[in-house]
Design a protein around this ligand. Structure first.
Ligand SMILES: Nc1ccn([C@@H]2O[C@H](COP(=O)(O)O)[C@@H](O)[C@H]2O)c(=O)n1
Length: 604
Protein backbone atom coordinates (compact mmCIF):
# COMPACT_ATOMS: atom_id res chain seq x y z
CA UNK A 1 0.00 0.00 0.00
CA UNK A 2 0.97 3.61 -0.62
CA UNK A 3 2.67 5.08 2.49
CA UNK A 4 0.63 7.91 3.94
CA UNK A 5 2.43 11.10 4.87
CA UNK A 6 1.92 11.97 8.54
CA UNK A 7 -0.86 14.50 9.15
CA UNK A 8 0.31 18.13 9.17
CA UNK A 9 0.22 19.94 12.48
CA UNK A 10 -1.98 23.02 12.59
CA UNK A 11 0.16 26.17 12.83
CA UNK A 12 -0.80 29.80 13.51
CA UNK A 13 -1.76 31.11 10.07
CA UNK A 14 -1.59 34.37 8.11
CA UNK A 15 -4.38 34.98 5.59
CA UNK A 16 -4.04 35.59 1.87
CA UNK A 17 -4.66 39.21 0.92
CA UNK A 18 -6.57 39.46 -2.33
CA UNK A 19 -6.13 42.18 -4.95
CA UNK A 20 -7.67 42.83 -8.35
CA UNK A 21 -5.31 40.38 -10.05
CA UNK A 22 -4.00 37.46 -8.01
CA UNK A 23 -1.48 34.76 -8.81
CA UNK A 24 -0.89 31.24 -7.53
CA UNK A 25 2.65 30.28 -8.40
CA UNK A 26 4.69 27.08 -8.44
CA UNK A 27 8.31 26.76 -9.47
CA UNK A 28 11.13 24.21 -9.43
CA UNK A 29 8.73 21.36 -8.74
CA UNK A 30 11.36 18.88 -10.00
CA UNK A 31 8.86 16.05 -10.27
CA UNK A 32 7.51 16.29 -6.69
CA UNK A 33 3.90 16.14 -7.91
CA UNK A 34 3.19 13.46 -5.29
CA UNK A 35 4.09 15.85 -2.46
CA UNK A 36 6.47 15.08 0.38
CA UNK A 37 5.71 11.67 1.85
CA UNK A 38 8.13 12.15 4.74
CA UNK A 39 7.29 15.76 5.61
CA UNK A 40 3.72 16.43 6.68
CA UNK A 41 3.88 20.16 6.16
CA UNK A 42 4.54 19.74 2.42
CA UNK A 43 2.46 16.63 1.86
CA UNK A 44 -0.31 17.88 -0.46
CA UNK A 45 -0.09 16.40 -3.96
CA UNK A 46 -0.85 17.87 -7.38
CA UNK A 47 -4.41 16.55 -7.13
CA UNK A 48 -4.91 18.57 -3.93
CA UNK A 49 -3.55 21.61 -5.78
CA UNK A 50 -6.07 21.02 -8.58
CA UNK A 51 -8.85 20.96 -5.95
CA UNK A 52 -7.43 24.09 -4.29
CA UNK A 53 -7.32 26.01 -7.56
CA UNK A 54 -10.94 25.11 -8.29
CA UNK A 55 -12.01 26.54 -4.91
CA UNK A 56 -9.84 29.61 -5.35
CA UNK A 57 -11.34 30.30 -8.79
CA UNK A 58 -14.78 30.15 -7.24
CA UNK A 59 -13.66 32.58 -4.55
CA UNK A 60 -12.17 34.94 -7.15
CA UNK A 61 -15.42 34.88 -9.11
CA UNK A 62 -17.41 35.65 -5.96
CA UNK A 63 -15.13 38.60 -5.26
CA UNK A 64 -15.21 39.70 -8.90
CA UNK A 65 -11.42 39.61 -9.16
CA UNK A 66 -9.01 37.59 -11.28
CA UNK A 67 -6.85 34.61 -10.48
CA UNK A 68 -3.99 33.48 -12.71
CA UNK A 69 -2.14 30.20 -12.26
CA UNK A 70 1.58 30.25 -13.11
CA UNK A 71 4.48 27.80 -13.23
CA UNK A 72 8.04 28.93 -13.89
CA UNK A 73 9.80 25.73 -14.91
CA UNK A 74 12.17 23.03 -13.69
CA UNK A 75 9.24 20.64 -13.54
CA UNK A 76 11.56 17.70 -14.25
CA UNK A 77 14.50 15.88 -12.58
CA UNK A 78 14.53 15.27 -8.85
CA UNK A 79 11.84 12.75 -7.98
CA UNK A 80 11.20 9.11 -8.84
CA UNK A 81 7.82 10.03 -10.29
CA UNK A 82 9.70 11.71 -13.16
CA UNK A 83 13.12 10.03 -13.13
CA UNK A 84 12.01 6.50 -12.32
CA UNK A 85 10.40 5.76 -15.70
CA UNK A 86 11.92 4.96 -19.05
CA UNK A 87 11.65 7.28 -20.87
CA UNK A 88 11.65 9.75 -18.01
CA UNK A 89 8.42 11.57 -17.34
CA UNK A 90 6.15 8.79 -18.66
CA UNK A 91 3.60 9.71 -16.01
CA UNK A 92 4.43 13.25 -14.90
CA UNK A 93 3.64 15.17 -18.10
CA UNK A 94 0.08 13.91 -18.01
CA UNK A 95 -0.32 14.54 -14.28
CA UNK A 96 1.12 18.06 -14.48
CA UNK A 97 -1.08 18.80 -17.50
CA UNK A 98 -4.20 18.33 -15.35
CA UNK A 99 -3.74 21.77 -13.81
CA UNK A 100 -5.21 24.71 -15.68
CA UNK A 101 -2.24 27.02 -16.12
CA UNK A 102 -2.57 30.54 -17.44
CA UNK A 103 1.13 31.22 -17.93
CA UNK A 104 4.16 28.91 -17.89
CA UNK A 105 7.74 28.79 -19.14
CA UNK A 106 10.81 26.55 -19.31
CA UNK A 107 13.54 25.96 -16.72
CA UNK A 108 17.13 24.88 -17.25
CA UNK A 109 16.29 21.30 -16.27
CA UNK A 110 13.94 21.05 -19.24
CA UNK A 111 17.03 21.84 -21.35
CA UNK A 112 19.98 19.72 -20.11
CA UNK A 113 19.12 16.64 -22.22
CA UNK A 114 17.99 16.49 -25.86
CA UNK A 115 15.15 14.09 -25.11
CA UNK A 116 13.83 16.35 -22.34
CA UNK A 117 13.84 19.34 -24.72
CA UNK A 118 12.03 17.29 -27.36
CA UNK A 119 9.39 16.04 -24.89
CA UNK A 120 8.76 19.57 -23.70
CA UNK A 121 8.23 20.59 -27.33
CA UNK A 122 6.00 17.69 -28.26
CA UNK A 123 3.98 17.31 -25.03
CA UNK A 124 3.90 20.35 -22.72
CA UNK A 125 4.04 23.16 -25.29
CA UNK A 126 1.08 21.88 -27.37
CA UNK A 127 -0.87 20.96 -24.22
CA UNK A 128 -0.58 24.55 -22.99
CA UNK A 129 -0.77 26.11 -26.46
CA UNK A 130 -2.29 29.37 -25.25
CA UNK A 131 -0.27 29.86 -22.09
CA UNK A 132 3.27 28.53 -22.72
CA UNK A 133 5.73 31.38 -23.32
CA UNK A 134 9.30 31.14 -24.60
CA UNK A 135 10.52 34.71 -24.95
CA UNK A 136 14.18 33.73 -25.31
CA UNK A 137 14.13 30.04 -26.13
CA UNK A 138 14.22 28.32 -29.52
CA UNK A 139 13.87 24.70 -30.55
CA UNK A 140 15.81 23.02 -33.35
CA UNK A 141 13.41 20.81 -35.30
CA UNK A 142 15.05 17.39 -35.80
CA UNK A 143 13.50 16.83 -39.22
CA UNK A 144 14.55 20.13 -40.82
CA UNK A 145 17.24 21.58 -38.55
CA UNK A 146 15.16 24.77 -38.48
CA UNK A 147 15.43 27.00 -35.43
CA UNK A 148 11.92 27.94 -34.31
CA UNK A 149 10.53 29.57 -31.16
CA UNK A 150 9.93 26.85 -28.54
CA UNK A 151 6.54 28.49 -27.87
CA UNK A 152 4.91 31.92 -28.22
CA UNK A 153 7.23 34.86 -27.54
CA UNK A 154 4.60 36.64 -25.47
CA UNK A 155 0.87 36.57 -24.88
CA UNK A 156 -1.68 39.33 -24.53
CA UNK A 157 -5.06 38.70 -22.96
CA UNK A 158 -7.95 40.27 -21.10
CA UNK A 159 -8.64 39.07 -17.58
CA UNK A 160 -11.98 37.38 -17.05
CA UNK A 161 -13.55 39.38 -14.23
CA UNK A 162 -11.83 42.78 -14.16
CA UNK A 163 -11.26 43.01 -17.90
CA UNK A 164 -7.69 44.19 -17.53
CA UNK A 165 -5.31 43.91 -20.48
CA UNK A 166 -2.24 41.87 -19.60
CA UNK A 167 0.96 41.39 -21.59
CA UNK A 168 2.89 38.38 -20.33
CA UNK A 169 6.49 37.43 -21.14
CA UNK A 170 8.34 34.23 -20.19
CA UNK A 171 12.13 33.99 -19.88
CA UNK A 172 14.86 31.61 -18.91
CA UNK A 173 18.05 33.06 -17.42
CA UNK A 174 21.16 33.20 -19.64
CA UNK A 175 21.74 29.46 -19.42
CA UNK A 176 24.46 27.90 -21.58
CA UNK A 177 24.55 24.18 -20.73
CA UNK A 178 21.49 23.45 -22.81
CA UNK A 179 21.28 20.52 -25.21
CA UNK A 180 22.01 21.05 -28.90
CA UNK A 181 18.37 20.95 -29.97
CA UNK A 182 17.68 24.16 -28.05
CA UNK A 183 18.95 27.73 -28.22
CA UNK A 184 18.80 30.11 -25.27
CA UNK A 185 19.04 33.68 -26.53
CA UNK A 186 20.64 35.94 -23.89
CA UNK A 187 18.08 38.22 -22.27
CA UNK A 188 19.90 41.42 -23.30
CA UNK A 189 19.92 40.31 -26.94
CA UNK A 190 16.26 39.24 -26.81
CA UNK A 191 15.22 42.67 -25.65
CA UNK A 192 16.60 44.21 -28.85
CA UNK A 193 14.41 42.00 -31.03
CA UNK A 194 11.52 43.59 -32.88
CA UNK A 195 8.78 41.48 -31.32
CA UNK A 196 9.98 42.44 -27.80
CA UNK A 197 10.09 46.12 -28.67
CA UNK A 198 6.49 45.84 -29.95
CA UNK A 199 5.39 43.86 -26.89
CA UNK A 200 6.55 46.52 -24.47
CA UNK A 201 4.65 49.14 -26.49
CA UNK A 202 1.33 47.27 -26.27
CA UNK A 203 0.15 49.58 -23.47
CA UNK A 204 -1.40 46.92 -21.22
CA UNK A 205 -2.78 47.60 -17.75
CA UNK A 206 -0.31 45.12 -16.27
CA UNK A 207 2.89 43.47 -17.45
CA UNK A 208 3.47 39.98 -16.12
CA UNK A 209 7.05 38.78 -16.52
CA UNK A 210 7.50 35.18 -15.56
CA UNK A 211 10.86 33.52 -15.74
CA UNK A 212 13.07 30.72 -14.64
CA UNK A 213 15.26 33.42 -13.17
CA UNK A 214 16.48 33.97 -9.61
CA UNK A 215 15.26 37.29 -8.25
CA UNK A 216 18.78 38.33 -7.22
CA UNK A 217 20.23 37.45 -10.64
CA UNK A 218 20.81 40.22 -13.20
CA UNK A 219 18.21 39.20 -15.81
CA UNK A 220 14.98 40.39 -14.15
CA UNK A 221 16.59 43.70 -13.31
CA UNK A 222 17.60 44.18 -16.96
CA UNK A 223 14.05 43.39 -18.10
CA UNK A 224 12.56 45.68 -15.48
CA UNK A 225 14.69 48.62 -16.65
CA UNK A 226 13.80 48.21 -20.31
CA UNK A 227 10.06 47.81 -19.69
CA UNK A 228 10.02 50.67 -17.18
CA UNK A 229 11.82 53.06 -19.56
CA UNK A 230 8.95 52.62 -21.99
CA UNK A 231 6.13 52.39 -19.43
CA UNK A 232 6.60 54.79 -16.54
CA UNK A 233 3.46 53.95 -14.63
CA UNK A 234 2.41 50.44 -15.61
CA UNK A 235 2.59 47.87 -12.81
CA UNK A 236 4.86 44.91 -13.48
CA UNK A 237 4.47 41.60 -11.66
CA UNK A 238 7.49 39.31 -11.85
CA UNK A 239 7.26 35.61 -10.96
CA UNK A 240 10.61 33.85 -10.84
CA UNK A 241 12.39 30.74 -9.62
CA UNK A 242 15.58 28.73 -10.11
CA UNK A 243 17.18 29.67 -6.75
CA UNK A 244 14.94 27.27 -4.77
CA UNK A 245 14.11 29.95 -2.20
CA UNK A 246 11.13 31.94 -1.03
CA UNK A 247 11.87 35.55 -1.85
CA UNK A 248 10.32 38.85 -2.91
CA UNK A 249 12.11 41.75 -4.52
CA UNK A 250 10.81 45.27 -5.03
CA UNK A 251 12.16 46.97 -8.16
CA UNK A 252 10.10 50.14 -7.62
CA UNK A 253 6.74 51.02 -6.13
CA UNK A 254 4.95 49.50 -9.13
CA UNK A 255 7.14 46.46 -9.81
CA UNK A 256 7.56 43.50 -7.49
CA UNK A 257 8.88 39.97 -7.98
CA UNK A 258 8.28 36.78 -6.04
CA UNK A 259 9.97 33.40 -6.05
CA UNK A 260 8.08 30.44 -4.63
CA UNK A 261 10.63 27.97 -3.32
CA UNK A 262 11.23 24.48 -4.59
CA UNK A 263 10.07 20.86 -4.78
CA UNK A 264 6.37 21.71 -4.40
CA UNK A 265 6.95 22.68 -0.76
CA UNK A 266 5.57 26.12 -1.50
CA UNK A 267 2.68 27.58 -3.44
CA UNK A 268 3.34 31.27 -3.94
CA UNK A 269 0.63 33.92 -3.73
CA UNK A 270 1.02 37.38 -5.26
CA UNK A 271 -1.79 39.91 -5.44
CA UNK A 272 -1.80 43.24 -7.22
CA UNK A 273 -4.29 45.97 -6.34
CA UNK A 274 -4.83 49.54 -7.51
CA UNK A 275 -4.31 48.73 -11.19
CA UNK A 276 -5.82 51.36 -13.46
CA UNK A 277 -7.02 50.97 -17.01
CA UNK A 278 -4.06 52.62 -18.69
CA UNK A 279 -5.44 53.03 -22.21
CA UNK A 280 -8.32 55.16 -21.06
CA UNK A 281 -6.74 57.01 -18.19
CA UNK A 282 -3.00 57.66 -18.17
CA UNK A 283 -3.28 60.41 -15.55
CA UNK A 284 -4.95 58.03 -13.10
CA UNK A 285 -2.26 55.42 -13.80
CA UNK A 286 0.40 57.92 -12.87
CA UNK A 287 -1.27 58.71 -9.55
CA UNK A 288 -2.57 55.28 -8.66
CA UNK A 289 -1.04 53.60 -5.68
CA UNK A 290 -0.38 50.01 -6.70
CA UNK A 291 -0.02 47.53 -3.88
CA UNK A 292 1.59 44.11 -4.01
CA UNK A 293 1.03 41.46 -1.35
CA UNK A 294 2.76 38.10 -1.24
CA UNK A 295 2.40 34.95 0.77
CA UNK A 296 4.28 31.65 0.73
CA UNK A 297 1.81 28.83 1.32
CA UNK A 298 3.14 25.65 2.93
CA UNK A 299 1.83 22.95 0.65
CA UNK A 300 -0.33 20.83 2.95
CA UNK A 301 -4.01 20.03 2.82
CA UNK A 302 -4.85 21.71 6.15
CA UNK A 303 -3.41 25.00 4.93
CA UNK A 304 -5.03 24.71 1.50
CA UNK A 305 -8.41 24.05 3.14
CA UNK A 306 -7.84 27.05 5.41
CA UNK A 307 -7.09 29.43 2.52
CA UNK A 308 -9.87 28.03 0.35
CA UNK A 309 -12.32 28.39 3.24
CA UNK A 310 -13.52 24.83 2.68
CA UNK A 311 -13.76 22.06 5.25
CA UNK A 312 -12.17 18.64 4.95
CA UNK A 313 -15.38 17.04 3.69
CA UNK A 314 -15.80 19.43 0.78
CA UNK A 315 -12.20 20.08 -0.19
CA UNK A 316 -11.33 17.33 -2.68
CA UNK A 317 -13.03 17.88 -6.02
CA UNK A 318 -13.77 15.09 -8.49
CA UNK A 319 -10.95 16.28 -10.76
CA UNK A 320 -8.51 16.65 -7.87
CA UNK A 321 -9.32 13.15 -6.62
CA UNK A 322 -8.73 11.75 -10.08
CA UNK A 323 -5.31 13.44 -10.32
CA UNK A 324 -4.30 12.09 -6.89
CA UNK A 325 -5.35 8.65 -8.12
CA UNK A 326 -3.15 9.06 -11.21
CA UNK A 327 -0.22 9.82 -8.90
CA UNK A 328 -0.85 6.81 -6.65
CA UNK A 329 -1.11 4.51 -9.66
CA UNK A 330 2.06 5.92 -11.23
CA UNK A 331 4.03 5.50 -8.00
CA UNK A 332 2.82 1.92 -7.78
CA UNK A 333 3.66 1.14 -11.40
CA UNK A 334 7.15 2.57 -10.86
CA UNK A 335 7.56 0.64 -7.61
CA UNK A 336 8.80 3.82 -5.95
CA UNK A 337 8.11 2.56 -2.43
CA UNK A 338 10.40 -0.40 -2.92
CA UNK A 339 12.65 -0.39 0.14
CA UNK A 340 16.37 -0.49 -0.62
CA UNK A 341 17.49 -0.03 2.98
CA UNK A 342 16.85 1.78 6.27
CA UNK A 343 18.56 5.07 7.01
CA UNK A 344 19.78 4.89 10.62
CA UNK A 345 19.58 8.68 11.06
CA UNK A 346 18.83 11.95 9.27
CA UNK A 347 21.55 13.29 6.98
CA UNK A 348 21.32 16.95 6.02
CA UNK A 349 22.51 19.09 3.13
CA UNK A 350 22.46 22.48 4.88
CA UNK A 351 20.80 21.84 8.22
CA UNK A 352 24.02 20.33 9.58
CA UNK A 353 27.50 21.72 9.43
CA UNK A 354 29.87 20.33 6.82
CA UNK A 355 31.96 18.39 7.69
CA UNK A 356 30.06 16.58 10.43
CA UNK A 357 28.48 13.23 11.13
CA UNK A 358 25.06 14.64 10.30
CA UNK A 359 26.15 16.03 6.91
CA UNK A 360 25.11 14.15 3.79
CA UNK A 361 28.28 15.44 2.13
CA UNK A 362 30.53 13.96 4.81
CA UNK A 363 28.68 10.66 4.44
CA UNK A 364 29.26 10.68 0.66
CA UNK A 365 32.88 11.67 1.02
CA UNK A 366 33.82 9.25 3.77
CA UNK A 367 31.59 6.25 3.07
CA UNK A 368 29.72 6.09 -0.21
CA UNK A 369 32.27 7.36 -2.72
CA UNK A 370 35.30 5.43 -1.39
CA UNK A 371 33.28 2.18 -1.36
CA UNK A 372 31.47 2.50 -4.67
CA UNK A 373 33.09 4.86 -7.18
CA UNK A 374 35.65 2.33 -8.34
CA UNK A 375 37.18 1.40 -11.66
CA UNK A 376 38.21 -2.23 -11.07
CA UNK A 377 41.29 -1.91 -13.28
CA UNK A 378 42.59 0.99 -11.22
CA UNK A 379 41.15 0.09 -7.84
CA UNK A 380 44.56 0.06 -6.13
CA UNK A 381 45.62 3.46 -7.48
CA UNK A 382 45.37 6.34 -5.05
CA UNK A 383 42.64 8.70 -6.16
CA UNK A 384 40.87 11.95 -5.39
CA UNK A 385 37.19 11.85 -6.36
CA UNK A 386 35.43 15.19 -6.71
CA UNK A 387 31.66 15.70 -6.66
CA UNK A 388 29.94 19.10 -6.84
CA UNK A 389 27.54 19.74 -3.97
CA UNK A 390 24.86 20.80 -6.51
CA UNK A 391 24.68 17.14 -7.58
CA UNK A 392 22.95 16.43 -4.27
CA UNK A 393 19.37 17.66 -4.13
CA UNK A 394 17.76 16.62 -0.90
CA UNK A 395 18.16 15.38 2.67
CA UNK A 396 17.91 11.79 3.89
CA UNK A 397 15.42 11.08 6.67
CA UNK A 398 15.82 8.32 9.21
CA UNK A 399 13.73 5.30 8.20
CA UNK A 400 12.88 3.59 4.95
CA UNK A 401 15.18 4.48 2.07
CA UNK A 402 13.26 3.65 -1.09
CA UNK A 403 13.79 3.59 -4.84
CA UNK A 404 12.20 7.06 -4.79
CA UNK A 405 14.76 8.29 -2.23
CA UNK A 406 17.64 7.61 -4.61
CA UNK A 407 16.19 10.08 -7.14
CA UNK A 408 15.37 12.64 -4.45
CA UNK A 409 18.99 12.63 -3.33
CA UNK A 410 20.53 12.79 -6.80
CA UNK A 411 18.57 12.33 -10.03
CA UNK A 412 21.25 13.18 -12.57
CA UNK A 413 22.65 10.95 -15.29
CA UNK A 414 26.19 12.30 -14.89
CA UNK A 415 28.89 9.59 -14.83
CA UNK A 416 32.42 9.68 -13.45
CA UNK A 417 35.44 10.59 -15.62
CA UNK A 418 39.10 10.87 -14.69
CA UNK A 419 42.58 12.04 -15.55
CA UNK A 420 45.02 9.21 -14.76
CA UNK A 421 48.31 9.56 -12.92
CA UNK A 422 48.27 13.26 -12.10
CA UNK A 423 51.18 14.35 -9.87
CA UNK A 424 49.69 14.62 -6.39
CA UNK A 425 51.27 18.05 -5.92
CA UNK A 426 49.12 19.26 -8.84
CA UNK A 427 45.91 17.28 -8.16
CA UNK A 428 45.69 18.30 -4.52
CA UNK A 429 45.22 21.97 -5.48
CA UNK A 430 42.18 21.40 -7.68
CA UNK A 431 39.52 21.16 -4.95
CA UNK A 432 40.56 24.41 -3.36
CA UNK A 433 40.44 26.20 -6.71
CA UNK A 434 36.95 24.87 -7.43
CA UNK A 435 35.82 26.03 -4.02
CA UNK A 436 37.45 29.43 -4.05
CA UNK A 437 36.76 30.29 -7.68
CA UNK A 438 38.22 33.68 -8.26
CA UNK A 439 40.26 34.84 -11.18
CA UNK A 440 41.19 31.37 -12.48
CA UNK A 441 37.74 30.98 -13.92
CA UNK A 442 36.60 33.89 -15.99
CA UNK A 443 33.16 35.16 -14.99
CA UNK A 444 30.23 33.73 -16.93
CA UNK A 445 29.63 30.07 -17.49
CA UNK A 446 32.73 28.92 -15.58
CA UNK A 447 31.79 30.83 -12.47
CA UNK A 448 32.31 28.20 -9.77
CA UNK A 449 29.07 29.12 -8.03
CA UNK A 450 27.36 26.93 -10.66
CA UNK A 451 28.88 23.90 -8.95
CA UNK A 452 27.03 24.57 -5.75
CA UNK A 453 23.48 24.07 -4.55
CA UNK A 454 20.90 26.47 -6.09
CA UNK A 455 20.19 28.19 -2.77
CA UNK A 456 23.78 29.44 -2.65
CA UNK A 457 24.09 30.68 -6.22
CA UNK A 458 22.49 34.12 -5.83
CA UNK A 459 21.39 34.40 -2.23
CA UNK A 460 19.00 36.99 -0.90
CA UNK A 461 20.64 39.61 1.34
CA UNK A 462 18.10 38.62 4.00
CA UNK A 463 19.64 35.20 4.50
CA UNK A 464 22.13 36.70 6.85
CA UNK A 465 24.96 39.09 7.21
CA UNK A 466 27.64 37.95 4.86
CA UNK A 467 30.89 37.49 6.69
CA UNK A 468 34.01 38.35 4.74
CA UNK A 469 35.77 35.01 4.66
CA UNK A 470 39.54 34.75 4.70
CA UNK A 471 40.84 33.89 1.21
CA UNK A 472 41.50 30.23 2.02
CA UNK A 473 37.94 29.59 3.15
CA UNK A 474 36.11 27.47 0.64
CA UNK A 475 32.68 29.03 0.99
CA UNK A 476 32.28 32.06 -1.20
CA UNK A 477 28.72 33.02 -0.30
CA UNK A 478 25.98 32.00 2.09
CA UNK A 479 26.19 32.02 5.79
CA UNK A 480 25.22 30.32 8.94
CA UNK A 481 21.63 31.43 9.22
CA UNK A 482 21.58 31.22 12.98
CA UNK A 483 22.18 34.95 13.18
CA UNK A 484 19.77 35.85 10.44
CA UNK A 485 16.74 33.67 10.81
CA UNK A 486 14.82 34.36 13.97
CA UNK A 487 11.48 33.07 15.11
CA UNK A 488 8.75 35.26 13.65
CA UNK A 489 6.83 35.07 16.89
CA UNK A 490 8.86 35.04 20.01
CA UNK A 491 7.39 33.81 23.25
CA UNK A 492 7.01 36.37 26.01
CA UNK A 493 9.51 34.48 28.11
CA UNK A 494 12.21 34.65 25.51
CA UNK A 495 10.92 32.26 22.92
CA UNK A 496 12.47 28.92 23.71
CA UNK A 497 9.51 27.08 22.17
CA UNK A 498 9.85 24.36 24.77
CA UNK A 499 6.13 24.02 25.23
CA UNK A 500 6.17 24.91 28.93
CA UNK A 501 4.10 28.10 28.52
CA UNK A 502 0.75 29.09 27.04
CA UNK A 503 1.92 29.61 23.46
CA UNK A 504 1.58 26.70 21.03
CA UNK A 505 4.86 25.07 20.13
CA UNK A 506 5.92 26.13 16.65
CA UNK A 507 6.89 23.63 14.00
CA UNK A 508 10.28 24.16 12.33
CA UNK A 509 9.94 25.63 8.87
CA UNK A 510 10.50 28.63 6.63
CA UNK A 511 10.89 32.00 8.36
CA UNK A 512 11.34 34.10 5.25
CA UNK A 513 12.64 37.64 5.15
CA UNK A 514 12.44 39.53 1.89
CA UNK A 515 12.05 43.04 0.44
CA UNK A 516 8.44 43.14 1.66
CA UNK A 517 9.19 42.22 5.27
CA UNK A 518 9.13 39.16 7.48
CA UNK A 519 5.45 38.22 7.29
CA UNK A 520 5.50 36.28 4.01
CA UNK A 521 5.07 32.70 5.22
CA UNK A 522 1.47 31.62 5.69
CA UNK A 523 2.29 29.35 8.63
CA UNK A 524 4.22 30.80 11.55
CA UNK A 525 7.26 28.59 12.16
CA UNK A 526 10.29 28.41 14.33
CA UNK A 527 13.42 28.84 12.21
CA UNK A 528 15.69 26.24 10.73
CA UNK A 529 19.42 26.87 10.74
CA UNK A 530 21.28 26.83 7.46
CA UNK A 531 24.96 26.12 7.09
CA UNK A 532 26.94 26.89 3.98
CA UNK A 533 28.47 24.14 1.90
CA UNK A 534 31.48 24.29 -0.42
CA UNK A 535 31.08 24.07 -4.20
CA UNK A 536 32.67 20.62 -4.27
CA UNK A 537 33.62 17.81 -1.91
CA UNK A 538 36.43 15.31 -2.36
CA UNK A 539 37.00 11.73 -1.28
CA UNK A 540 40.58 10.62 -0.79
CA UNK A 541 40.87 6.89 -1.48
CA UNK A 542 43.57 4.16 -1.54
CA UNK A 543 46.24 6.49 -0.22
CA UNK A 544 49.42 5.01 1.27
CA UNK A 545 49.34 4.59 5.03
CA UNK A 546 52.22 6.98 5.45
CA UNK A 547 53.29 9.88 3.29
CA UNK A 548 51.80 11.25 0.10
CA UNK A 549 51.41 9.33 -3.16
CA UNK A 550 53.49 10.50 -6.09
CA UNK A 551 50.57 10.45 -8.50
CA UNK A 552 46.81 10.04 -8.17
CA UNK A 553 43.86 9.44 -10.46
CA UNK A 554 41.82 12.62 -10.48
CA UNK A 555 38.24 11.32 -10.68
CA UNK A 556 35.27 13.67 -10.97
CA UNK A 557 31.55 13.62 -11.69
CA UNK A 558 31.26 14.70 -15.31
CA UNK A 559 29.19 17.83 -14.57
CA UNK A 560 32.41 19.34 -13.15
CA UNK A 561 34.47 18.62 -16.26
CA UNK A 562 34.49 22.17 -17.75
CA UNK A 563 36.24 23.40 -14.61
CA UNK A 564 38.79 20.57 -14.33
CA UNK A 565 41.22 21.44 -17.15
CA UNK A 566 41.52 25.13 -16.18
CA UNK A 567 41.97 24.14 -12.52
CA UNK A 568 44.68 21.62 -13.43
CA UNK A 569 46.41 24.19 -15.64
CA UNK A 570 46.44 26.74 -12.86
CA UNK A 571 47.83 24.09 -10.50
CA UNK A 572 50.75 23.45 -12.86
CA UNK A 573 49.37 20.48 -14.85
CA UNK A 574 49.32 20.73 -18.63
CA UNK A 575 46.28 18.65 -19.57
CA UNK A 576 43.53 18.89 -22.13
CA UNK A 577 40.30 17.01 -22.78
CA UNK A 578 42.21 14.20 -24.57
CA UNK A 579 43.58 13.24 -21.15
CA UNK A 580 40.08 12.66 -19.78
CA UNK A 581 38.45 9.23 -20.01
CA UNK A 582 35.53 7.40 -18.46
CA UNK A 583 36.24 6.11 -14.95
CA UNK A 584 32.90 4.38 -14.37
CA UNK A 585 29.53 4.52 -16.09
CA UNK A 586 27.71 4.40 -12.76
CA UNK A 587 25.82 7.55 -11.76
CA UNK A 588 25.74 9.08 -8.28
CA UNK A 589 22.16 7.73 -8.04
CA UNK A 590 23.46 4.20 -8.81
CA UNK A 591 26.30 4.31 -6.33
CA UNK A 592 24.15 5.66 -3.50
CA UNK A 593 21.56 2.90 -4.11
CA UNK A 594 24.33 0.29 -4.18
CA UNK A 595 25.87 1.51 -0.93
CA UNK A 596 22.55 1.80 0.92
CA UNK A 597 21.51 -1.70 -0.21
CA UNK A 598 24.75 -3.15 1.15
CA UNK A 599 25.11 -1.19 4.39
CA UNK A 600 21.74 -0.01 5.66
CA UNK A 601 20.16 -3.40 5.87
CA UNK A 602 18.41 -3.26 9.24
CA UNK A 603 16.15 -1.10 11.32
CA UNK A 604 12.81 -0.47 9.63
N1 LIG B 1 23.54 17.28 -14.35
C1 LIG B 1 23.50 18.23 -13.41
C2 LIG B 1 22.64 19.31 -13.47
C3 LIG B 1 22.65 20.24 -12.47
N2 LIG B 1 23.48 20.12 -11.43
C4 LIG B 1 23.50 21.09 -10.31
O1 LIG B 1 22.26 21.73 -10.19
C5 LIG B 1 22.43 23.13 -10.27
C6 LIG B 1 21.24 23.74 -10.93
O2 LIG B 1 20.13 23.48 -10.13
P1 LIG B 1 18.74 24.16 -10.41
O3 LIG B 1 17.74 23.21 -9.89
O4 LIG B 1 18.71 25.46 -9.69
O5 LIG B 1 18.65 24.39 -11.86
C7 LIG B 1 23.70 23.31 -11.08
O6 LIG B 1 24.27 24.57 -10.89
C8 LIG B 1 24.53 22.18 -10.52
O7 LIG B 1 25.08 22.55 -9.29
C9 LIG B 1 24.34 19.05 -11.38
O8 LIG B 1 25.12 18.94 -10.41
N3 LIG B 1 24.33 18.12 -12.37
Amino acid sequence: AQPEAPAPVAAPMRDLEWGQINFLHTTDIHGWLGGHLQEAQYSADWGDYVSFVEHMHRKANEKGVDLLIVDTGDRVEGNGLYDGSDPKGNYTYDIFGQQNLDILCTGNHELYQEDTVAREHSITVPHFKKSYIASNLDYIEPETGNQIPQAKRYIKFKTKNQNYTVVALGFIFDFDRNANNSVVVPVAETMKQEWFQSAIREKPDLFVVIGHVGLRMAEFEQIFKVIRDENWYTPIAFLGGHAHVRDARRFDDKAVAIASGRYFETIGWLSVDGISKRKTDVATSARAGVTFKRRYIDNNVLGLQYHAGVDEKNFTTAHGRNVSRMITEARKALNLDHKIGCAPKDLWMTRAQYPSNASIFTWLEKKVIPDTVINEERADKPRLTIVNTGAVRFDIFEGAFTKDSTYLISPFTSKFNYVPDVPYAVAKKVLQLLNNGGAVFQAGHLDTKYLSIPEQMAPSPFLGKEPSPPPHVARPIFYDGEQAQRPLVEDEDGGDNDGDDEEPELVNGYTTKDDLGDDGDDAVHSPIKFYSVPNCIQAQVAFPEAGDPETVDLVFIDYVQPWIIPALKFSGGDYDTDNITVYTNATLTDVIAEWVGKHWTEGC
